[in-house]
Design a binder for this molecule. Structure first.
Ligand SMILES: C[S@@+](CC[C@H](N)C(=O)[O-])C[C@H]1O[C@@H](n2cnc3c(N)ncnc32)[C@H](O)[C@@H]1O
Length: 281
């Protein structure tokens, strides 16, 4: 998303009205924004400085802003659980996802992680995203189209029990209920040294994933959980907000390595970072 001074045709725009209600859409000459708070013609918005106040035909006020990725993801139409900015930001950095890479994910869900990965890999990169439910895949595709990123994504409709078509991916993000059942397939899809990441809500899933990662020679494994606490922004009464989201999921990361214990010079290192023999079985 580029940040210019004035709104241009083709830009993703956001109108923020009273009670912080957000509306996100692409600015199109001749287009109209309609809501229960009235109508605004896109032609009246195109050319306005970002951050301006604008008014619907009924006089309802809005701020015109360029949405951040966080705005886009928080407002995403969804029919599944989605990944949120709190976790996504760290996942992208931890897995080294960047310009020009080929990255895989399953399942697509509503496309929240897909949008973040498609942004990170840029126009030269590729996201290949597997999903087994047609309606969910259709919603994700619409969500990607709405923000102008669908051309960077290959959507595949498939139960991942059947494995993946790709090999040598830079990174693989797995967000399904039973990730531990697919680690062998994920390994086959990754390049040597490639990054694995997954989010899961329960300890029980984490434990099974850890065993599956050892069995399939993933190393540099990490498990973590991110906590985010918001504060009220009145400087005279600075304090945490009354409520918080206490849990989204546990994050598990690892890297595909080539395990060798036949060369005595490297065996100790392999065993140390993947785990001892009994644990691997
Ligand atoms: C929690 S959602 C993924 C959310 C997504 N990461 C996002 O940020 O919007 C899990 C998705 O995985 C899909 N799924 C579960 N098991 C699958 C399988 N075996 N093959 C393909 N997709 C699967 C489900 O249909 C669901 O849409």
């Amino acid at each position: 998303m580029k940040y210019l001074l004035n709104a241009q045709a083709g830009d993703l725009a956001q109108l923020v009205g009273l009670t912080h209600k957000h509306f996100i859409f692409i600015l199109q000459p001749g287009g109209e924004f309609q809501s229960h708070r009235g109508v605004l013609k896109h032609d009246e918005l195109i050319g306005k400085p970002w951050g301006s106040q604008v008014f619907s035909h009924t006089g309802a006020p809005f701020y015109l802003l360029q949405p951040s990725m966080s705005d886009v993801l928080n407002e995403l139409p969804r029919n599944t659980q989605i990944l949120y900015p709190k976790d996504i930001g760290y996942i992208l950095i931890q897995m080294g996802i960047s310009e020009g890479q080929t990255v895989l994910e399953a399942g697509t869900g509503s496309g929240s992680m897909t949008i973040a990965m498609a942004t990170a890999v840029g126009p030269q990169g590729r996201v290949i995203s597997y999903e087994k439910t047609p309606d969910t895949q259709n919603l994700a595709r619409k969500n990607l189209e709405r923000v102008g990123l669908a051309s960077r994504v290959t959507f595949k409709l498939r139960d991942i029990q059947e494995g993946f078509d790709e090999t040598e991916a830079d990174a693989f993000f797995l967000d399904v209920q039973n990730p531990f059942d697919y680690i062998e397939h994920v390994r086959a899809a990754l390049k040597p040294g490639g990054f694995f990441g997954s989010l899961m809500p329960t300890y029980n899933q984490v434990e099974k994933v850890l065993y599956a990662l050892k069995k399939n020679n993933f190393a540099f494994v990490e498990v973590c959980e991110l906590m985010l606490r918001y504060y009220k922004t009145n400087p005279a009464r600075l304090r945490p907000t009354d409520r918080m989201v206490a849990h989204t999921g546990f994050l598990v990361f690892g890297r595909r390595i080539e395990f060798t214990d036949d060369d005595p010079r490297g065996a100790a290192l392999s065993k140390e970072i993947v785990g001892i023999e009994e644990e691997r079985e």
